[in-house]
Design a protein around this ligand. Structure first.
Ligand code: HEC
Length: 492
């Protein structure tokens, strides 16, 4: 069956541009997430569990009872392509063969089986990794199946391989350049880190030359944070609808120090605490998390937003974390307890960008409603200080810089605007950007502004005269097209 080409183009464009998921993409993504991942299997499980448990006449069947649980909760990380812990679950045989620790299943002995122990949280890390534990009925079903000898599919049963939920991968027809999804100056200003598709490039901001490429990221690197001493760099991202990933790199040696995985969807924003001890992440899965930067252990899951978390920022004194969400709110959290202190809910649409004033007494946020909001922050609550419709289209990025005097925004109207932070009066516009400026970073000395664009280009502006320092820099080489014909399959 064919599909109207223009319709496909309509779907594809926001998907490709969708580093920040625009409203058009969201219904599609939710339909995929709830319909394909949950809907059909949830029905199978809910109608099956109690009858089998109560009746217990015959042991649970792998195909009818166990496979749907694995399909829904495990295969995204345990398919032949993801293979976490070296464990593949796309078939009964692969599951029984096991992973790093051998077979996770000891037939007739659920309580001696690694899989059951990990589902119960008695062996760390608890599975499913980074998500809520399985419902007790699912765990009981798996244990009953193991205790019954963990029988495989009957010879008469046709078994189709378990596969991760289909995420339509949009193939490219022409060479593509990775968008610049993140830029960040190092604390000493000597490096500019640029995040894109599966890599971080370290550039010399003086010459524009690439010094190093940090590769091996699972998907787009959507956010970069340096440790306060500048020795380490954290890069956040992860595959949409699957998991969040933070890779921590040694900035001198370019060695990978650690990979942290968590969340049930990709990470959009990370921040490193001023004392260097914590990393915060915000994800499309509506959660923000606080991680111990040295062990990679999750300390708090900050659960209160009702939609994607697009931006996180530590207060300058390191005592609080602010999160900004598609749910139109900014929330302020206590770092020591993980408790939410209060919510700032004046915005009329999703918020994509967030920045504390250098003194920490105010916070600015902006997003789809084109407005800059500035709140004055108290101990137990905050109030709106000022707001201004600042751009002609969604605001993509916001920096509060130059000793707190200037607020800079980039917008999908093609501009970078500088405003007086006290009055929000315009100071300067750098207009006619060749593409959306997804990411901004100001050098620590306030001399340079780096602007990374959706078309993969990067410019450095001199903040004395607002001129581009040298021509546009391409941070990433074009990637060759992937089989153009496969587009047709996506459309069917
Ligand atoms: C978000 C990704 C993710 C999901 C979802 C997930 N796992 Fe895992 N799993 C991992 C990672 C990562 C490891 C390796 C952990 C380690 O050893 O530190 C692992 C390891 C395991 C192991 C141990 C393999 C070995 O030999 O060491 C078992 C058993 C396991 N998972 C079972 C499950 C089950 C059952 C589910 C579904 C209910 C599940 N996992 C869902 C990421 C995931």
């Amino acid at each position: 069956m064919g599909i109207d080409v223009s319709l496909l183009a309509l779907i594809r464009k926001p998907l490709q541009r969708g580093l920040k998921p625009w409203p058009v993409v969201r219904p599609l993504r939710f339909a995929m997430a709830s319909g394909l991942l949950v809907g059909c299997w949830a029905l199978v499980i809910s109608s099956g569990v109690f009858e089998s448990l109560v009746a217990a006449a015959s042991p649970p069947s792998f195909s009818a009872d166990i496979a749907p649980i694995l399909q829904k909760n495990c295969v995204a990380c345990h398919s032949s392509s993801t293979k976490m812990g070296d464990l593949v679950m796309d078939s009964y045989d692969a599951l029984m063969k096991g992973g790093i620790h051998g077979s996770p299943i000891v037939p007739h002995n659920a309580h001696g089986s690694r899989m059951a122990l990990m589902l119960e949280g008695r062996v760390e890390p608890r599975m499913p990794f980074g998500a809520d534990p399985l419902p007790a009925t699912d765990i009981a079903m798996i244990e009953a199946w193991i205790d019954a000898g963990a029988p495989g599919p009957a010879a008469s049963e046709t078994t189709k391989p378990l596969t991760a939920a289909p995420i339509p991968e949009i193939k490219t027809e022409v060479p593509v350049v990775s968008p610049v999804a993140a830029v960040k100056f190092s604390p000493d200003g000597k490096l500019l880190a640029v995040g894109g598709y599966r890599e971080v490039r370290l550039l010399d901001p003086g010459t524009g030359k690439v010094i190093a490429t940090l590769s091996g990221h699972a998907d787009y690197v959507r956010s970069i944070a340096f440790s306060p001493d500048g020795k380490m760099l954290a890069a956040g991202g992860g595959p949409p609808q699957q998991w969040g990933e933070i890779k921590i790199w040694d900035v001198q040696s370019h060695q990978l120090l650690k990979t942290i995985q968590g969340h049930n969807d990709c990470i959009y924003s990370i921040a490193w605490s001023p004392d260097g001890k914590l990393i915060a992440s915000g994800s499309y899965d509506k959660m923000a998390k606080l991680w111990d930067a040295s062990s990679g252990k999750e300390l708090f899951n900050l659960k209160d937003h009702i939609d994607a978390v697009f931006a996180v920022a530590f207060s300058p004194d390191g005592k609080r974390l602010a999160t900004a969400s598609q749910d139109r709110t900014v929330k302020i959290w206590d770092i020591a307890t993980g408790q939410r202190l209060y919510s700032l809910s004046d915005a009329s649409d999703g918020l994509t960008a967030l920045a504390y004033s250098p003194s920490g007494d105010r916070i600015a946020a902006a997003g789809y409603d084109k407005t800059i909001y500035i709140w004055r922050l108290g101990k137990d609550d905050g109030h709106l200080d000022q707001s201004l419709i600042a751009d002609e289209d969604s605001i993509l990025s916001l920096v509060w810089g130059l000793g707190g005097k200037v607020i800079i925004t980039s917008s999908s109207d093609g501009s970078i605007r500088f405003r007086d932070a006290a009055t929000l009066d315009p100071i300067r516009v750098i207009d006619h950007q060749p593409d959306w400026v997804e990411a901004l970073s100001m050098s620590p000395d306030g001399m340079r502004l780096a602007a990374g664009r959706f078309n993969g280009s990067l410019s450095l502006y001199d903040l004395e005269n607002y001129k581009e320092v040298r021509g546009q820099i391409m941070a990433f080489e074009p990637r060759q097209p992937t089989a153009a014909n496969e587009n047709k399959q996506v459309a069917q």
